[in-house]
Design a protein around this ligand. Structure first.
Ligand SMILES: Cc1cc2nc3c(=O)[nH]c(=O)nc-3n(C[C@H](O)[C@H](O)[C@H](O)COP(=O)(O)OP(=O)(O)OC[C@H]3O[C@@H](n4cnc5c(N)ncnc54)[C@H](O)[C@@H]3O)c2cc1C
Ligand code: FES
Ligand code: FES
Length: 1272
C-alpha cells in the first residue's frame, strides 16, 4: 500500500519505510521532491511563505476542486490522491512564466523575494478556485495570511488586482507596455496560457489505507464513517488524533505521545450539509471556506437564515484563506474542547445562536445533540463531531451580530470577540431572549449570564435601561490579566462598548441621534489606491528609468536560491541552538545525555568545545564592538533565550526535538537579583548600575532664547521595540573544503563573521571561504548577529568534519537575537508664543539589551535635531543594559527614535499653545532650511488645511468616530565608513559581462541599480550583464551592506570599474569605430588587454549629504473598539536624480510600512519575572499585513535635486522613509484628542502615547465613559 500524489504532474508514491509520519508537505516538497521554490518561515500558518495549491475531487460533490494550503500544516500522508502544484509547476524562466509570475515581476512586486512564491501561489490558487475570474475586492481580501516585510504590499496588490475582471484603468494602462506574451507559459494541449489544470491522479481509487511505522505509530485514511469507527475500535487506550485540516497544531504544538493518526478529511458523511425549514445541519469535517459558501447560499435562499451572512463576515476574519480552506468546524470546536482558554470564534458564535453539536460514537449513532457548553464537559474519547445544527431564527424578531477586534486587520488573534443575539417581541419594545457571548475575556466566561437574564422583558432602546444593562455587564465581565494579553481594563470596557455598538446597529434608526450613528458600524476599508509620481526623462538611458528588478522574474518563478536552498550535502547534519532560560543563573552543568541517546542525534557542543575565543563580536571592530558576546554562554545567563550550545542531528525536526532534552543546571550568586526585561523596567527602577552615561554624544546649547513664556515637561516612550522579521530567518550552511571550510551565511557583513569564525576556531582567516548570493531580507538584523549563527554552525562543521546546516525557527530567532534599540526620553522645554524653543533639555536612554555593542547614539544624537535650529538645545544620553538579547541595528537605527522624540516635543508644544503643529515646526526651522519652502508647498499640495477643516467638522458631528491628520518633516544624514570592492569581468568568448561587489542584495534593488549603471556606462543592453555572489576572496575586508548607502557605493565601484575598462578599450574602439562590442572585446583579448577590473571604494570618496522628506497621514478611528483605518498617506522624498525610480519607490513604500509596524502593530511583551519573550510567534507578533497599509498611498519623488556629492547625482533612500512613519501616531493623537474633548478632557492635558499606538491604547486614552453610551 502506498500513498500516491502528484507534484507538478509527476507521480510520487511514499511508504513508511521512506518517509516519516510527521513529514509536512513543505518538508516533502523541499527535501524529497527537491523543489526549493516553496519557502517556509513560521511553520504555523501565519506567514504564507509555504503556500502551494492542492487539487482533488470533493468527496461529496465529486467535482474537481482546487485550493491554497499552508504546506507547513499539511501532513504528506494526507495528500493521497491529490495533485500538488508548486511555484515551479506553473512556470519557469526556461519554459515560460505564468501570467501571474510575469505580472508580479513587471510590477516590481518583489524585493528580497522570499515571500514571493507564497504570494504567487496564493494568487494562482485564488484564480483557479474562481475559474480565472476574481474581483479587485477579492484580491485585496485574500492576502491576510501572506506576510511581506519588504514591499509594503502595494505593488503586490496592484500586480494581482491588474488581473481582476474589474481591474481599474490605471492598472490596465500600466500593463500595456510590459506584457510580453512570448514569456508566458502556454498549455501544450490547449494553446492557451497554462492554468495547471491537467491532473495526473483524479481517478485514483479511494480505498481506506492503513500504515504502521517503525516506531509503531499508525496512520489511517478513511472515506466513510463505517471505516472510521472500525479504526476507532482498534485504538483502545492509545493516544490518537483525528486529522481534519491538521491546522490545530499551528496554534498549540501537539503532543509527541500520539500513536494513531486518522485522516477524516474525506469522510463523506462529515462533509455534507442539509437544510430544512428549521435547521441547517453541517458536517463536522466541512472546512471554514466551505461553510462560508454553504452559509451564503442558505442565507440567500431562506430569510430565517439571514443571520448566516453575519457569520460569513466573521469567518472571513478567522485566520487566512489558506487556513480556512482546510480548517474544519469540528477541529476548531475540539481546539476549544482541548484548551478551554482558546478564544474560539466558532464556539462563541455557536453558543450565541443556539447551535447544537451532534456527536457520534458509532456510524449510526443517534445521540441527543448537545449545546457547545455541554459538549466541552462530556468525554470525547473515540467520539466524533458528526454535524453542527444551526437553528432558523426569525429574521423579523431576532437580531444577531458578531465582532472580532484585532490588533491587525487580518490573520490575528483578537483582543476580544463578541457575538450577540436578541429576540424581541413583535413590537420590538421588549427583549424575549438574550445571548451575550464573548471569547478572549477569560476561560470561564462565554455567556454574560446575569446580564442575559437582566435584559429579558426590558425595552433595551431606552437610555436609562441601557445604562443599567451596561453597568450589569461591566460588573459581570472580569478579563484574565495575563501577559501577553492586552490590558484587562481595555478588554472589559471593550466588552461593554461592543454591546453598545450592537444596540446602535439594531435600534430603530429614527431613535438614534445622528452623532452616534457611525458608532454602529465597524470601519470599512475601501479598495486601496496608490500613485507614484516621479520625473520621466525620455532622453535618458536605462539609467534614471523605472525598470523591473533584474531578478524579479526568477524570484517569481521560485528559481532564486537562498541559503537553505543549497542542495542537501552528503552526510549533512542539522543544528539547533539550546537556549538558556534562567536569567542571572550561572551555568553549572549541561547534560545532553538524554538527547544524545536519541537515534539520529550526533553531537552536542557548548562553550567548552570552542578551540579559540568564545566571542562572535570581534573586538578588532572597535567603535562598533565594545564587549565580548559569547557564542555560547559559559557563565552567567544574560537573557532568557541566550544560546548555551548546539545539538547536531540528522534532520531539522530531530535537532529541534532533541534540544528539548538537554538539561542545564544553574547556580545563583545572589538571591533575588533583579531582572529587567526591557529599558522600561531599568528606567522605572532608576537602576544606576545599568544606566551608563555616554558623554561623547551629549549636545550642549550654544545660546538660549530669552522669551521663555511657556514651560512644559514631557515623557516619550518607544520602549516596546521592533523585531526585524526578515522572512528568511538567520541561517548558515558550513561545508568542509580542502582548504578549510566553505561558509554560506545569511549575512549583511561577511567580514565580521569571517574574523569571528577564524578567532573562534583558531584557524587562519584564509582557510574560510564565505559566499553570499542574496539574503531573504535583513533590515539590519544580519549586520552582526549572523556571526553568532555562522560561528555555531562552523564549530559543528569543524568538530564533526561534516556539513552543518543551522536554520533558526521563528521562535528561536525572536528569542535569541536582538532587535531594534528602543528608547525612552524626558524633556523640559521653554518656548515663546510662536512655539519657538528658547531652551530645551532632552535626556534620552536607549536599550542596548545585554551588551554595549554596536551602540546607535552617534546616529540618535545627530538626528535628534532633525531639521531644526538646535542652538538652545541640551541633549544628554545614557545606554540602558537590560536582560534581553543584545540589540542590533534595524533599518534607520537610532534615527527613527531620534526623529520621533523631537517631533513628539513639537507636537507637545503645539498642543500647549493650541497652535497647528505645522506652524510650531516652521517656527523652529534653521534660517537656511529647505523646509522653509518645501513644507508650505507640501502643506498646500496635500490640501492639509482644507482636509483638517473637514476633519474638524466630521469630528464635531460624530461622537464615536473621529479623524486625525498630521505632517512630519525629515532630514536624514547619509554617510558611510569603510571600504568596498567591485569587480567587472568581460568574457572574450561572447562579450558578456559579470559584475560583483561587496554589496549584498537583500531586496533593496542593489543588483538592478548596478546593472543599470554598467549598462549606462558601457552603453550595452541590460541582458549582457549578470551579477555574481559576494565572497571573501573578491570582497575581502569589505564594509557591511548598511545605512541605505550600499546601493550607491556599489554603483560607484561598478561605474569606476566600467570607466577603467572603457579607458582600456578606447584605443581599440578608436581604431575600429564600426566594430561591434563583441569584436572589440575579441581584439582586446588577443592583444592581452586585461578585461577584468577591480576597484575599491573608500570612505573619503563620498561627501556625506542629506535626504529630505515630508509625510502626511490621515486616520479614522472607531472609539468603540480602538480600531483605526489609515485613510491616506502622502510621502514626498528627495532621491536626488533617482537612478531607478521603481526601485526607490519600492524602498520608500516598504520602509514606511516597516515604520507603521513600530507605531501601530508590533509589540514585544516580556514576562516581568523571568524576562521571557512572550510574543515570539506569528500568532502574537504582528508586522503590518496587506490591509494595514494606507487605503490611499501617494508617493512623490523630488527628483530635481541632483546630488552633487556622490555617484551619478542620486541619493540613498531606503532608511529615511521608516522615520517618517511616526506621522501616523500624531494623526492618531489628533483623533484621540477629539475623542477626549468629547469625554471632557482638555487638549492641554498632555498624555504619553507609547508605541505601538495599538487599539487598546487608543481606546483607553480616549477615556470613554459608559454613561455616554446613549442612543439619543
Ligand atoms: C494561522 C491560524 C490562525 C487561526 N486563527 C483563528 C481565529 O482567528 N479564530 C479561531 O477561532 N481559530 C483560529 N485558528 C484555529 C483554527 O480555526 C483551527 O486550527 C482549526 O479550525 C482546526 O481545524 P482542523 O480541521 O485543522 O483540526 P485538526 O488540526 O485536524 O484537529 C484538531 C483537533 O480536533 C480533533 N478533531 C478533528 N475533527 C474532529 C471531528 N470531526 N470530531 C472530533 N474530533 C475532531 C482532532 O482529533 C484534534 O484533536 C487559527 C489557526 C491557525 C493555524
Ligand atoms: S511557513 Fe507555513 S505559513 Fe509560515
Ligand atoms: S519581498 Fe516580501 S518579504 Fe521580502
Amino acid at each position: 500500500m502506498e500513498v500516491s500524489f502528484s507534484i507538478n504532474g509527476k507521480i510520487h508514491k511514499i511508504t513508511p519505510a521512506a518517509v516519516p509520519l510527521d513529514t509536512s508537505l513543505t518538508t516533502y516538497i523541499r527535501d524529497y521532491a527537491n523543489l526549493k521554490g516553496t519557502k517556509f518561515m513560521c511553520l504555523e500558518g501565519g506567514c504564507g511563505a509555504c503556500i502551494v495549491m492542492l487539487k482533488g475531487v470533493h468527496p461529496v460533490t465529486k467535482q474537481n476542486t482546487s485550493w491554497a494550503v499552508n504546506s507547513c500544516l499539511q501532513n504528506i500522508y494526507s495528500c493521497h490522491g491529490l495533485d500538488i502544484i508548486t511555484v515551479e509547476g506553473i512556470g519557469s524562466k526556461k519554459d515560460g512564466m505564468h501570467k501571474i509570475q510575469k505580472r508580479l515581476a513587471d510590477f516590481n512586486g518583489t524585493q528580497c523575494g522570499f515571500c514571493t512564491p507564497g504570494m504567487v501561489m496564493n494568487m494562482f490558487s485564488l484564480m483557479e478556485a474562481k475559474n480565472g475570474k476574481v474581483t479587485m475586492e477579492e484580491v485585496e481580501n485574500s492576502f491576510g495570511g501572506n506576510i511581506c516585510r519588504c514591499t509594503g504590499y502595494r505593488p503586490i496588490l496592484d500586480a494581482f488586482k491588474s488581473l481582476a475582471i474589474d481591474a481599474d484603468k490605471n492598472l490596465l494602462d500600466a500593463c500595456k507596455d510590459i506584457e510580453d506574451l512570448s514569456d508566458i507559459k502556454m498549455c501544450p494541449k490547449s494553446g492557451n496560457p497554462c492554468s495547471g489544470k491537467c491532473s495526473s491522479l483524479l481517478n485514483i481509487e479511494k480505498n481506506p489505507m492503513s500504515f504502521t511505522f517503525d516506531d509503531e505509530r499508525e496512520f489511517h485514511k478513511v472515506y466513510n464513517l463505517e471505516q472510521l469507527f472500525k479504526i476507532m475500535g482498534t485504538i483502545k487506550y492509545r493516544p490518537y488524533i483525528l486529522i481534519g485540516g491538521n491546522t490545530a497544531h499551528g496554534v498549540y504544538r501537539r503532543s509527541t505521545d500520539l500513536k494513531v493518526f486518522v485522516d477524516i478529511s474525506s469522510v463523506e458523511e462529515l462533509k455534507t450539509y442539509k437544510v430544512t425549514e428549521n435547521s441547517l445541519e453541517v458536517g463536522g469535517a466541512v472546512t471554514l471556506t466551505e461553510a462560508m459558501e454553504i452559509f451564503t447560499k442558505v442565507a440567500n435562499e431562506n430569510k430565517n437564515f439571514q443571520y448566516l451572512h453575519e457569520i460569513v463576515k466573521h469567518f472571513d476574519k478567522i485566520g487566512n484563506p489558506a487556513l480556512r480552506n482546510v480548517a474544519t468546524l469540528a477541529g476548531n470546536l475540539m481546539l476549544k474542547y482541548n484548551y478551554l482558554q482558546f478564544p474560539s470564534d466558532i464556539y462563541m458564535i455557536m453558543e450565541t445562536i443556539g447551535a447544537k453539536l451532534s456527536l457520534l460514537s458509532a456510524p449510526d449513532d443517534n445521540l441527543n445533540p448537545l449545546n457547545p457548553s455541554d459538549f466541552v464537559n462530556v468525554s470525547m474519547r473515540r467520539k466524533v463531531i458528526g454535524k453542527i445544527i444551526f437553528p432558523a431564527l426569525d429574521s423579523e424578531q431576532s437580531f444577531f451580530r458578531s465582532y472580532k477586534v484585532m490588533p491587525r486587520a487580518q490573520n490575528s488573534y483578537s483582543y476580544t470577540n463578541a457575538s450577540f443575539l436578541l429576540k424581541f417581541n413583535t413590537n420590538k419594545d421588549s427583549v424575549v431572549d438574550a445571548k451575550i457571548c464573548y471569547a478572549g475575556i477569560s476561560e470561564d466566561l462565554t455567556h454574560a449570564e446575569r446580564t442575559e437574564k437582566f435584559i429579558k422583558d426590558k425595552n433595551i432602546f431606552v437610555n436609562e435601561v441601557l445604562q443599567q444593562v451596561f453597568e450589569k455587564l461591566s460588573s459581570e465581565v472580569h478579563p484574565d490579566a495575563k501577559l501577553p494579553l492586552a490590558a484587562d481594563d481595555y478588554r472589559k470596557n471593550l466588552a461593554v462598548s461592543l454591546f453598545y455598538k450592537f444596540i446602535l446597529d439594531i435600534a430603530p434608526k429614527n431613535i438614534i441621534d445622528t452623532k452616534y450613528k457611525t458608532g454602529s458600524a465597524v470601519l470599512k476599508r475601501e479598495i486601496s489606491t496608490a500613485s507614484q509620481e516621479f520625473e520621466y526623462i525620455e532622453s535618458r538611458s536605462k539609467l534614471y528609468k523605472k525598470i523591473p528588478k533584474v531578478e524579479g522574474e526568477v524570484q517569481c518563478t521560485g528559481e532564486t536560491q537562498y541559503i537553505n536552498d543549497l542542495p542537501k550535502q552528503h552526510n549533512e547534519l542539522f543544528a539547533a541552538f539550546v537556549l538558556g532560560d534562567k536569567v542571572n543563573g550561572i551555568i553549572k552543568n549541561i547534560d545532553a545525555t538524554e538527547a544524545l541517546q536519541m537515534s539520529g542525534v550526533i553531537a552536542f557542543f557548548s562553550a567548552k568545545d570552542i578551540p579559540g575565543i568564545n566571542n562572535f563580536m570581534p573586538l578588532c571592530f572597535d567603535g562598533f564592538n565594545y564587549d565580548v558576546e559569547e557564542i555560547f554562554c559559559s557563565g552567567k545567563l544574560l537573557y532568557h533565550g541566550q544560546p548555551v550550545g548546539i545539538i547536531l542531528a540528522e534532520s531539522f525536526d530531530l535537532a529541534y526535538k532533541a534540544r528539548n532534552f538537554v538539561k542545564v543546571e544553574y547556580s545563583y550568586e545572589k538571591e533575588d537579583e533583579p531582572i529587567y526585561p526591557t529599558i522600561r523596567e531599568v528606567y522605572k527602577a532608576k537602576a544606576s548600575d545599568r544606566l551608563i552615561d555616554i558623554p561623547k554624544y551629549f549636545i550642549q546649547a550654544e545660546k538660549c532664547g530669552t522669551d521663555r513664556k511657556h514651560k512644559i515637561k514631557g515623557h516619550f516612550e518607544m520602549a516596546s521595540t521592533q523585531y526585524h522579521h526578515y522572512m528568511e530567518t538567520q541561517q548558515c550552511v558550513c561545508i568542509p573544503s580542502e582548504d578549510g571550510m566553505d561558509i554560506y551565511s545569511s549575512s549583511q557583513w561577511t567580514d565580521t563573521a569571517h574574523v569571528a569564525v577564524a578567532e573562534m576556531l583558531k584557524v587562519p582567516q584564509n582557510t574560510l571561504n564565505f559566499f553570499v548570493r542574496r539574503i531573504g531580507g535583513a533590515f539590519g538584523g544580519k549586520i552582526s548577529r549572523h556571526a553568532q549563527i555562522a560561528c555555531a554552525a562552523a564549530l559543528g562543521c569543524y568538530l564533526t568534519r561534516k556539513p552543518v546546516r543551522l536554520i533558526m525557527t521563528m521562535e528561536d530567532n525572536m528569542r535569541a537575537i536582538g532587535k531594534r534599540f528602543s528608547a525612552i526620553s524626558d524633556y523640559d522645554v521653554e518656548f515663546d508664543d510662536t512655539g519657538k524653543i528658547q531652551k530645551l533639555h532632552h535626556h534620552y536612554i536607549q536599550d542596548q539589551g545585554c551588551s554595549l555593542n554596536e551602540p546607535v547614539q552617534f546616529n540618535t544624537s545627530v538626528f535628534i535635531k532633525n531639521c531644526y535650529n538646535i542652538e538652545s538645545w541640551d541633549v544628554t544620553t545614557q545606554s540602558a543594559l537590560s536582560h534581553s538579547a543584545s540589540n542590533t541595528w534595524m533599518r534607520a537605527p537610532g534615527t527613527t527614535e531620534a526623529i520621533a522624540m523631537t517631533e513628539h516635543v513639537m507636537e507637545h508644544i503645539a498642543r500647549t499653545l493650541g497652535k497647528d503643529p505645522v506652524d510650531v515646526r516652521m517656527a523652529n526651522l534653521t534660517e537656511d532650511s529647505v523646509f522653509k519652502t518645501m513644507m508650505p508647498e507640501f502643506v498646500s499640495n496635500v490640501e492639509y488645511k482644507q482636509r483638517k477643516a473637514e476633519i474638524d467638522k466630521f469630528n464635531s458631528l460624530n461622537r464615536w468616530t473621529k479623524r486625525g491628520i498630521a505632517i512630519v518633516p525629515m532630514k536624514y544624514y547619509i554617510f558611510c565608513v569603510g571600504t568596498m570592492h567591485g569587480t567587472v569581468s568581460i568574457y572574450h568568448g561572447d562579450g558578456t559581462i559579470a559584475l560583483s561587489t561587496g554589496g549584498i542584495e537583500m531586496g533593496q534593488g542593489l543588483n538592478t541599480k548596478i546593472i543599470q549603471v554598467a549598462s549606462h556606462i558601457l552603453n550595452l543592453p541590460i541582458d549582457k550583464f549578470v551579477i555574481k555572489p559576494s565572497n571573501t576572496l573578491n570582497n575581502a575586508n569589505d564594509v557591511g551592506t548598511v545605512a541605505s548607502v550600499t546601493s550607491e557605493i556599489s554603483c560607484f565601484v561598478i561605474k569606476n570599474c566600467c570607466e577603467m575598462l572603457l579607458e582600456r578599450l578606447k584605443p581599440i574602439k578608436d581604431e575600429n569605430p564600426d566594430a561591434t562590442w563583441e569584436k572589440i572585446v575579441d581584439i582586446a583579448f588577443k592583444k592581452n588587454i586585461d578585461l577584468s577590473v577591480t576597484f575599491m571604494y573608500k570612505e573619503e570618496d563620498m561627501v556625506p549629504y542629506y535626504v529630505y522628506g515630508l509625510s502626511c497621514a490621515e486616520v479614522e478611528v472607531d472609539f468603540l473598539t480602538g480600531n483605526m483605518l489609515l485613510k491616506r498617506v502622502d510621502i514626498l522624498e528627495d532621491t536626488g536624480e533617482s537612478m531607478s525610480p521603481g526601485i526607490d519607490i519600492g524602498q520608500i513604500e516598504g520602509g514606511f510600512v516597516i515604520g507603521l509596524g513600530i507605531w501601530l502593530t508590533e509589540n514585544l511583551v516580556y514576562d516581568q519575572k523571568t524576562a521571557e519573550l512572550l510574543t515570539d510567534r506569528s500568532f502574537n507578533y504582528k508586522p503590518p499585513g496587506a490591509q494595514d497599509i494606507p487605503v490611499d498611498f501617494r508617493i512623490k519623488l523630488v527628483q530635481k535635486s541632483p546630488n552633487k556629492f556622490f555617484v551619478l547625482r542620486s541619493k540613498a533612500c531606503s532608511e529615511p522613509p521608516v522615520t517618517m512613519a511616526v506621522v501616523v501616531s500624531f494623526a492618531l493623537r489628533y483623533a484621540i484628542d477629539a475623542a477626549r474633548r468629547d469625554n471632557g478632557l482638555k487638549d492641554s492635558d498632555w498624555y504619553t502615547l507609547e508605541a505601538p499606538v495599538s487599539p487598546d491604547k487608543i481606546f483607553l486614552m480616549a477615556n470613554n465613559k459608559i454613561q455616554d453610551y446613549k442612543l439619543n
